[in-house]
Design a protein around this ligand. Structure first.
Ligand code: PLP
Length: 387
């Protein structure tokens, strides 16, 4: 007979055998019990799919990973505690001292800083190249180049890189290509089908879609994800189960959300292009976009991100930014609610004119993350803010 205190501790724990949930529950347990030594030994030999410890793997996390692999058309996926955890897990997992990364210079600031402030310390160098140079990347790959990293569309001007062109050149030289697919989402663009070895996401954005989870993802072949497993396990960047549950729930509506983001952004971009207070609109779904042909060839939708330049320069951009009422003045992107940001006060803050010119950014630019409100209301809001 056990004592009452022991009974309170153990009663009701574990999964009830009569319950068949239609969603994978949040397995908040940090550790999982084994029936006997034989099963534990099988696990250690890699012959058992048993779970042991939630930093290594967890059923709720695995449910989110299955959805990510399905979305990107990859054999396997890994979710992490942020987009930056995905980036650092991939880079530290694949590279060693003496290796070189070739990276597009139009890249998320955090990615750039990991390369220049951390990998650099371990003797892993990075060559930053323009998007134009990336179109003939074959000639840039040296004997030390192990990884080519780029994102498309880019932030904030939504320039597009010909994924198949770059990945083909990488394959020919045995170099891994990694694409940050955050802006497009797998609904609009699937880099693995275009030859990429690994896709990275800030799942904080469209994949979760509700601005309430910070997460990241890596998707690719089973071989490459297995190669990265020790880095996630030992650097400790796995996503925790409650966030993995929220991410998996967000993924269920990804396709319908992205279809609406695409439609709303196209309508808003076409509206902005007609406004005299707007000197230029950057949206891959507009014929005026410099990379419209690349976008049409590799994307099935053009996403929810728009950048535009106010004719009144910085003062015009600030005035518009301060006057929007439905768009919220906030960084980040990809959620159901529409956001407006000023690149020179966020992603490009502190850059001088030469650096801004290199990034293709001007002081009069505003960036929109077009959400799921009615496009009529979004257009009315921008109309009154610009007037
Ligand atoms: N990649 C892109 C394109 C991003 O926009 C971001 C974040 O804004 C990241 C990576 C980093 O993701 P996280 O903030 O989830 O770490």
């Amino acid at each position: 007979m056990r004592t009452r205190d022991t009974e309170i501790l153990h009663a009701g724990e574990g999964m009830p055998s009569a319950a068949t949930p239609i969603t994978t529950p949040i397995y908040s347990a940090t550790t999982f019990a084994f029936p006997n030594a034989a099963e534990l030994e099988r696990f250690q030999q890699g012959k058992s799919d048993h779970y042991i410890y939630s930093r290594y793997g967890n059923p709720t996390v695995q449910a989110a990973e299955a959805k990510l692999a399905a979305a990107e058309g990859g054999e396997s996926a890994m979710v992490t505690s942020s987009g930056m955890a995905a980036t650092s897990t991939a880079l530290f997992g694949l590279l060693q001292t003496g290796d070189e990364v070739v990276c597009a210079s139009s890249i998320y600031g955090g990615t750039l800083q990991v390369l220049t402030q951390f990998l650099d310390r371990f003797g892993i160098t990075t060559r930053f190249v323009s998007l134009e140079a990336l179109t003939h990347v074959g000639s840039l790959l040296g004997p030390k180049t192990k990884v080519v990293w780029f994102e498309t569309p880019t932030n904030p001007t939504l320039r597009c890189v010909d994924i198949a062109g770059v990945t083909e050149a990488c394959r020919a030289r045995g170099v891994l290509s990694i694409v940050d697919n955050t802006f497009a989402s797998p609904i609009n663009q699937r880099p693995l089908a275009l030859g990429a070895d690994l896709v990275m996401h800030s799942a904080t954005k469209y994949l979760n879609g509700h601005s309430d989870v910070t997460a990241g993802a890596l998707i690719g072949s089973r071989a490459i994800i297995d190669r990265l497993a020790p880095a996630r396990k030992l650097l400790g960047g796995i996503l925790e189960p409650a966030s993995a549950y929220a991410l998996a729930r967000g993924m269920k509506t990804l396709a319908v959300r992205v279809a609406q983001h695409n439609a709303n952004a196209q309508a808003v971009a076409e509206f902005l292009e007609r406004q005299p207070q707007v000197s230029r609109v950057f949206y891959p779904g507009l014929a005026s976009h410099p990379d419209a042909a690349i976008a049409r060839a590799q994307m099935t939708g053009f996403g929810g991100m728009i950048c535009f330049e106010c004719a009144g320069g910085y003062e015009g951009a600030v005035r518009t930014f301060d006057r929007v009422q439905l768009f919220q003045r906030a960084a980040s992107l990809g959620g159901v609610e529409s956001l407006c940001s000023l690149p020179v006060l966020t992603s490009q803050y502190g850059l001088d004119d030469t650096q801004l010119a290199a990034a293709g950014v001007t002081r009069g630019m505003l960036r929109l993350s077009v959400g799921l409100e009615s496009s009529r209301d979004l257009i009315d809001d921008l109309g009154q803010a610009l007037a």
